[in-house]
Design a protein around this ligand. Structure first.
Ligand code: ZN
Ligand code: MN
Length: 150
């Protein structure tokens, strides 16, 4: 087993045990894939990717494994107004850009200046802000080009 997978499995094992959950090969395969990609896959995409490694895995198991990972703090679930969801194996604070044409999600660096946050908090009538999420929407480089050519 590659070194990277061993590390990933160890992280998973500890997080599962801390949350009273069992380590399983299915969960490990799902987590390995999620930790290896920056593409923010849907459950269907995770299913297609891990099926080659764990042929007996079902879509339902993939769903449940993903939710378990989210519950253990090893993944983030990004939900959208149309009911679709994508999963992110990167859990440190970061922001996203979403393409309105192909629905792909990209990580975005940077953060708002603190005074900008203070301004926003002032307009909330006493809401205590502890964090924020920023989603940029628009067209990715691929789709933007198509828009320009159309
Ligand atoms: Zn796009
Ligand atoms: Mn992300």
């Amino acid at each position: 087993m590659p070194q990277q997978d061993q590390t990933t499995d160890l992280v998973l094992r500890e997080a599962l045990e801390a949350n009273g959950q069992r380590f399983t090969e299915q969960r490990a395969a799902v987590y390995r894939f999620l930790a290896s990609t920056d593409k923010h896959p849907t459950a269907d995409e995770v299913f297609l990717a891990v099926r080659s490694e764990v042929p007996v895995i079902s879509l339902a198991t993939v769903y449940k494994s993903l939710e378990t990972l989210v519950g253990c703090g090893l993944a983030m679930k990004l939900t959208y107004g149309d009911g679709s969801a994508r999963y992110d194996g990167r859990t440190d604070p970061h922001h996203h850009a979403r393409c309105l044409s192909c629905s792909r999600i990209f990580d975005v660096g940077g953060h708002l200046p603190p005074e900008e946050l203070d301004d926003l908090e002032e307009g909330t009538e006493g809401f205590q802000v502890t964090g924020y999420r920023l989603e940029l929407t628009g067209y990715c480089s691929r789709c933007g080009k198509e828009q320009a050519e159309a």
